[in-house]
Design a protein around this ligand. Structure first.
Ligand code: ACO
Ligand code: ZN
Length: 162
């Protein structure tokens, strides 16, 4: 049954190597260790990991930014940017990705007071796109050749108050 057997908790520095490993083995967008540490220091409540049987199997890392609203009328808003989400293949399809996203969205809204969330995702990344759609994200723009290999990104966004 979904939502059983795993826990979601805040990232700690002891998780860094494991998170780097998950990032490198699941995503083409890889970042140096300091990038993760900076996000942890700046937005610790929105950097979460999932543990399954005592092992970290997934993470979500976010950032809070000011910028043009992607979903509303107000010009400049506080936005929660989902930088990176990943779950190891053997731990997928049990609701971990969804739980990570929900907890991160809650923290961005309640702790960092964002009024909307956004992220970029490869046009070909059907699993992630369908997860985001289920969470209420809509495609608000296409960013041509966003990725190194020339692939376009969907810019997806959602308000934080629904
Ligand atoms: N095919 C189709 N739909 C899928 C798939 C799939 N392979 N995987 C997930 N979904 C959709 C389904 O609708 C699913 O609901 P269901 O299982 O009831 O059908 C829903 O997403 C939720 O799935 P979860 O179990 O919560 O998600 P999971 O823990 O499997 O993690 C994730 C999904 C994070 C996208 C995982 O597949 C992954 O790590 N992929 C590689 C890394 C990646 O692409 N990350 C996102 C990049 S974009 C960014 O980081 C901002
Ligand atoms: Zn981004």
């Amino acid at each position: 049954m979904k939502n059983e057997g795993f826990i979601i908790r805040e990232f700690q520095l002891k998780d860094l190597d494991r998170v780097l490993y998950i990032n490198r083995t699941t995503l083409p967008e890889n970042y140096p260790p300091f990038f993760f540490v900076e996000h942890y220091r700046s937005f610790p409540k929105a950097f979460l990991v999932a543990e399954l049987n005592g092992e970290v199997v997934g993470y979500v890392m976010c950032r809070v930014e000011y910028g043009r609203s992607l979903v509303g009328e107000r010009f400049i808003v506080k936005k929660g940017h989902v930088i990176s989400l990943a779950v190891l293949p053997e731990a997928r399809r049990r609701g971990i990705g969804t739980a990570l996203m929900k907890r991160a969205m809650e923290a961005m809204k309640n702790v960092y007071k964002v009024s909307e969330y956004y992220l970029e995702v490869r046009k070909s990344n059907t699993p992630a796109i369908s997860l985001y759609r289920k969470l209420g994200f809509k495609t608000v723009n296409i960013i041509p050749r966003y990725y190194h290999n020339g692939e376009d990104a969907y810019l997806m966004a959602r308000t934080a108050n629904s």
